[in-house]
Write a protein that binds this ligand. Structure first.
Ligand code: 5AD
Ligand code: SF4
Length: 502
């Protein structure tokens, strides 16, 4: 059963969003700064950015040094993009970025897709608690998917009192406002919303790379795969309006971005709930028209929604990269049904055939879960069979993790850990062996590489990616960063190539 937040916390409706937890009743509304705040977004957040700037400047003058922040990100590309937004705001209010956890403001953008993601956060928090004892002025914030779980927030409120700010996935755009609150008082500030239909545009973003960027096209997920907590913590699907997406990408292009990654939990169902519905394939065509954008990637595609129209656009539009991440999860039709994936092994294989026929040089990658409740040796063999037939360039393999509140958590026949481990090891070995072979396919050919940076181990080399996402290292210098170079791929070394300029 889905988590029934309504029974756990009394609800209160506020505009169109429901708040499932807050301790802002005694909000400092009476202070001038909150009284004067605009009611509309994003004006309200820009106003709070201004207020925070004053507090940060004052504190910095008192200390006689700049204030520093550290932002730690767990989880997927969506979280990575969210962190760029958090960092954009922290920089706009005057903090400077550092890699040290002894910073003045530390924020953890959390993930909860598997249990070990949660455990990592508690581990880090233990360390932060010790650091804060030495530097009591430190502010510690937590946000992201894990905060949408009521039992997590309860635990934090009880056992981690040194945390200053907790907010969730739906109200991330209000970060500047919460920051103003945290800088103005010493109590823990907690606000978690159950959902939202708001998408607030035009807030600051600090991009990690000057030449490539993620762009959210939709938020949330409606699929309710039975093992997955994402629909509960990220809410229902909401697509951004195409005009907003295209304007953002045009701006990025003007700013020197050549590669974009369109982001959503299930990009193939983009646009269904827009006032004027639009398909993902149509959106891709529009994005491809933007001058300056040379490569377009996207993540993630659900096989059940992948249309022929999309295959057609991928085949005919040279800017769309030759890479598709197509999560399989399991090769057993019986398990797929239990997972609520809504395709069978045969349908998946048929889809792969159609894609390969239209785009022969495409690289396919996937996600696979081992040890879903009730998975037998036979089911596992079906998964291996798909892996051997499809020959993925790479596969993220996961051991099933029980997420409370999801239907699978209540299923009987949870698989014993030793068996999961054995299958996992076997799958990983198989996936790696196949990948080593597949990744060789472009050896001794000339391909375009988008140079991403100087090689970490050898400063005479630069590193970049092929259209199909495989890494290439070749002699070069910093002037090439962010440019596309034609490179002769001399030698495949398993998962990457060594090359030279063609
Ligand atoms: N256990 C293990 N893996 C999971 N994933 C999602 N939920 C779980 C879970 N409960 C994996 C899926 C998904 C990827 C992002 O994480 O393979 O595609
Ligand atoms: Fe989770 Fe399935 Fe949605 Fe992906 S499509 S986020 S696995 S529920």
């Amino acid at each position: 059963m889905p988590l029934d937040y309504a029974n756990i916390y009394p609800e209160r409706s506020r505009r169109r969003s429901e708040i499932i937890m807050e301790n802002l009743e005694n909000r400092i509304e009476n202070r001038e700064i909150f009284k004067n705040a605009p009611r509309t977004e994003p004006e309200r957040q820009h106003y709070f950015i201004g207020q925070c700037r004053k507090s940060v400047k004052k504190r910095s003058e008192e200390l006689g040094r700049p204030l520093f922040f550290r932002c730690v990100t767990f989880g997927c590309q969506m979280n990575a993009r969210d962190s760029e937004k958090l960092e954009g705001i922290l920089e706009a209010v005057g903090y400077r970025k550092t890699d040290s956890e002894e910073a003045d403001f530390v924020i953890y953008n959390t993930c909860t897709v598997r249990e070990n993601a949660n455990l990592k956060v508690y581990g880090h928090l233990g360390q932060l608690g010790k650091a804060k004892k030495k530097q009591p002025w430190m502010k510690i914030a937590l946000c992201g998917c894990m905060m949408q779980e009521p039992q997590v927030v309860e635990k934090l409120k009880k056992s981690y009192r040194f945390v200053d700010l907790i907010f969730g996935t739906h109200n991330i755009y209000k970060f500047a406002e919460y920051l103003a609150e945290v800088l103005a008082r010493d109590e823990m500030v907690v606000e978690i919303w159950k959902d939202t239909d708001q998408i607030v545009e035009n807030l600051p973003v600090d991009r990690k790379y000057p030449f490539k960027s993620g762009v959210n096209i939709m938020f949330g997920c409606n699929n309710f795969c039975s093992y997955c907590i994402v629909p509960y913590v990220r809410g229902r699907e909401r697509s951004r309006r195409p005009e907003e997406i295209l304007t953002e990408i045009r701006r990025l292009a003007q700013d020197g971005v050549v590669e974009i990654m369109l982001l959503g939990q299930n990009v193939n169902s983009y646009g269904k709930n827009l006032e004027q519905p639009m398909t993902f394939a149509q959106l891709l065509r529009e994005v491809a028209k933007i001058d300056g954008i040379q490569r377009i990637r996207f993540m993630t595609s659900h096989p059940k929604d992948l249309s022929d129209e999309l295959i057609e656009v991928m085949a005919s539009e040279p800017k769309v990269c030759r890479h598709l991440h197509l999560p399989l999860q399991s090769g057993s039709s019986r398990i797929l049904k239990q997972m609520n994936r809504r395709y069978t092994k045969e349908q998946y294989l048929d889809l792969v055939d159609r894609i390969r026929r239209a785009i022969p040089d495409i690289s396919l990658t996937t996600d696979i879960i081992v040890g879903f409740p009730g998975e037998t040796e036979e089911d596992f063999q079906e998964t291996l069979d798909v892996v051997r037939r499809v020959c993925y360039d790479s596969a993220f393999t996961f051991q099933y993790s029980k997420r409370s509140g999801t239907p699978a958590a209540a299923m009987e026949n949870q698989v014993p850990h030793e068996e999961v481990q054995r299958h996992f090891d076997q799958l990983l070995a198989e996936v790696q062996e196949i990948a080593r072979e597949v990744c060789r396919r472009d050896e001794h050919t000339v391909q375009e590489v988008l140079v991403e940076g100087i090689n970490e181990h050898d400063a005479s080399l630069v590193s970049g990616r092929l259209s199909n996402n495989i890494l290439v290292h070749f002699p070069g210098d910093a002037s090439m960063i962010g440019t596309l170079q034609k490179v002769y791929l001399e030698e495949s070394r398993g998962f990457y190539y060594m090359g030279r300029l063609a």
